[in-house]
Write a protein that binds this ligand. Structure first.
Ligand code: ATP
Length: 338
């Protein structure tokens, strides 16, 4: 089977980590044709927009994209490429598996969580205005349609991937209408999936419980803003951003990327850790139905972290990005040849 995939190298360390993924994915023996599409701050400078229409057209055509991080200025400047991509392509589900990695130091062991975040509405609607000077209003939009859609995605994902329990995270004690509607939708969908258990937790308590004992949770289902914050908290439970993959999934397309940013401090130095985007690449392989190749890649990453080499400096090693990529590619090839 051959696949044409849109590849967005992005800014900062993006070109280095995407090159590492392309290198490793070629070791699976699957025939990938990469359609390279520049986007981000450098594209803003050269084309006047950070997300040209050609990028969206490419993803609409290919239905799958692999993306490096893109820079977004804080405050003014251009709209976040990530937010725009999710909106334009209606990538409504953000999927972030959070697992402990052998050999990687962290405070917890045996963490195996999935965070599912609604990606299109909530306070990210971007509807803000000045009421009178000194007073601004930012609107939180929650709809039955989007809440039902993400709840169905979560329960489908759970039942297809052997997850036991979904916990909806909310603040409905304060936001009775908006978070109340979200919970109504989750409860309604939960009744259709008797094989997956369902419960609810208030977001502040969820944060405390996650820090106390993350293994008490299985799959978390959240609105957009809580999902943003809680998913980063969860990444921190298992060793930080260097190992946090994600997928943004819609009805007609899917985009896989690492959670980390452009890391300008180490860009161009061949020091960036490629593992987060490699784990995202494994998610992409699963999405394509290439589950065997996904398993090879995950086990190659697992063996590398367990042995503790080669690893990049952020994980305590001294290897370069390309050395890590070469070693993981060799491991994938070895498994393929078995
Ligand atoms: P951005 O503005 O794009 O979010 P940032 O530097 O503010 O960039 P991150 O890119 O997420 O935020 O980086 C936070 C810290 O983590 C930086 O010190 C960076 O060097 C480090 N870091 C992030 N990703 C990686 C990676 N893949 N490998 C090594 N270090 C990383």
């Amino acid at each position: 089977m051959a696949y044409t995939i849109t590849l967005i190298p992005g800014d900062g360390i993006g070109p280095e980590v995407t090159a590492a993924s392309v290198r490793v994915l070629s070791a699976t023996g699957i025939d990938f044709h990469w359609e390279m599409q520049a986007a981000g701050a450098a594209t803003m400078a050269s084309e006047g927009t950070a997300l040209p229409e050609r990028v969206l057209a490419s993803i609409r055509r290919n239905r799958v994209a692999l993306k490096g991080p893109t820079a977004t200025p804080v405050g003014g400047g251009h709209r976040s490429v990530n937010v725009a991509l999710r909106k334009e392509l209606d990538l409504y589900a953000n999927l972030r598996p959070v697992r402990s990695h052998a050999g990687i130091k962290s405070r917890y062991e045996g963490v195996d969580l999935v965070v599912i975040r609604e990606n299109t509405e909530d306070l990210y609607s971007g509807i803000e205005h000045v009421v009178v000077p000194g007073v601004v209003e930012s609107l939180k939009i929650i709809t039955r349609k989007a809440s039902t859609r993400i709840a169905r995605f979560a329960f489908e994902y759970a039942s297809r991937n052997g997850r036991r329990k979904i916990t909806a995270v909310h603040k409905a004690n304060i936001m009775k209408l908006s978070d109340g509607l979200f919970l109504d939708c989750c409860r309604e969908i939960a009744t259709q999936y008797p094989g997956v258990s369902y419960d609810e937790i208030i977001v502040d308590n969820a944060c405390m419980q996650l820090v106390l004992d993350p293994t008490q949770f299985d799959t978390l289902l959240l609105e957009n803003l809580y999902g943003d914050i809680v998913s980063d908290l969860c990444a921190g439970l298992v060793g930080g951003l260097g190992l946090a993959p994600s997928g943004n999934i819609g009805e007609t397309g899917a985009l896989f990327e690492a959670v980390h940013g452009t890391a300008p401090d180490i860009a161009g130095k061949n020091r960036a850790n490629p593992l987060a985007l490699l784990l995202s690449s494994a998610m992409m392989l699963d999405h394509l139905g290439e589950t065997q190749a996904a398993a090879w890649l995950r086990s190659a990453i697992h063996d590398t972290t367990r042995e503790g080499r080669p690893l990049t400096p952020d994980l305590g090693g001294s290897a370069s990005t390309s050395e890590v990529a070469d070693a993981i590619a060799a491991r994938v090839e070895a498994q393929r040849g078995r």
